[in-house]
Design a protein around this ligand. Structure first.
Ligand SMILES: [Zn+2]
Length: 328
């Protein structure tokens, strides 16, 4: 079915171009799953972008094709006739200029501003491939590189120097190269990324951004040194992850030291293997060698006992709460 509607009624304008008053809609057609709107500029002329002088002397016209947000599951395209005006100002070096539709689309853009905005949001939420799948479902028709380009074109978010700064390292592409990420602990936002995980870049960053009161970091000496040099008045605290990690190790060391105080497992206990295995799990580097070897031997014997009972390695790992590599 092909629907053609000749229109000069404001109804279509307000429906299709809500709040945009610088175009006139001439024809609306619907065919093959796409609504096409033919429109042109409404103003009598336009202002030169260089000198600001008004001109209504038309040099020529050309067509722009703008893809817009889908309308009721149909693709939506605006075919826009753009006039190029002659700048008549003697002082201006520009000969001609095209009229702009700043609220509808950016210059040279193939998508309308509102479709662009939607693509930015999809790209920010899901990035390339996942975003492209959602965009296809929503009828936006944008590939993963288009989404990534929209995200890359966004200006960097502005931030104020956080009062509580989180400092931690991360592996680039899970490889052997590390960088440092700075976060605002109070509002959980990434503030900056520094090269390497050394004291120098952190100290320089803190010097450039005074006002940090608390630095929340891991226990690496480099960050302690960088924080001391860059923000000597700031309070340095261990972050929650490393506090938990330290507490866990301390508890395990303590329990291991008092292992002899524990009674043997009751014969009718629910999971005696798991209990003895958990306490024999090799973890702590500061443990005496003899005891560690004893625990490893016990773990080895336990795994083999379960294997002879017919359990798979995966099932054993799951039952004991160990990684598969530990069982292997
Ligand atoms: Zn001019």
């Amino acid at each position: 079915m092909v629907l053609v509607m000749q229109t000069d009624a404001p109804f279509w304008d307000s429906l299709v171009f809500d709040g945009i008053d610088d175009v006139d809609v001439e024809v609306v057609t619907a065919a093959f799953g796409t609504v096409e709107v033919v429109a042109r500029g409404r103003g009598a002329g336009a202002a030169c972008p260089d000198c600001g002088g008004f001109s209504d002397r038309v040099h020529d016209r050309y067509q722009r094709r703008l893809k817009d947000l889908p309308l009721a599951d149909q693709g939506f395209v605006i075919r826009l006739t753009v006039r190029r005006f002659i700048c008549g100002s003697a002082d201006c070096s520009r000969r001609t200029f095209a009229e702009s539709f700043s609220r509808l689309a950016a210059p040279y853009a193939r998508f309308t501003t509102r479709l662009n905005h939607a693509l930015e949001q999809v790209g920010l939420a899901l990035a390339g491939r996942a975003g492209a799948r959602l965009a296809a479902y929503l009828g936006f028709g944008a590939g993963r590189m288009t989404l990534l380009r929209r995200v890359m074109a966004l200006p960097d978010p502005r931030f104020s120097t956080p009062r509580v700064l989180g400092v931690d390292d991360f592996a680039i592409r899970r490889g052997p190269t590390y960088s440092t990420v700075l976060t605002s602990v109070e509002d959980h936002r990434v503030v900056d990324v520094l090269p390497r995980r050394e004291a120098g870049p952190l100290a320089a960053w803190l010097t450039r951004h005074p006002g940090v009161e608390i630095i929340c970091r891991d226990r690496a000496g480099a960050y302690a040194e960088g924080a001391r040099r860059g923000a000597p008045d700031a309070l340095q605290v261990a972050d929650r992850f490393h506090l938990w990690q330290g507490l866990g190790r301390a508890v395990e060391t303590c329990v291991a030291a008092h292992r002899d105080c524990l009674h043997g497992p009751s014969p009718g206990g629910a999971l005696p293997e798991a209990m003895s295995a958990e306490s024999s799990r090799p973890q702590d580097d500061s443990e005496p060698l003899g005891r560690r070897a004893e625990r490893k031997k016990a773990a080895h014997a336990l795994v083999h006992q379960m294997l002879t009972q017919g359990h798979s390695r995966r099932a054993i790992a799951r039952h004991l709460g160990w990684g598969l590599n530990t069982v292997l």
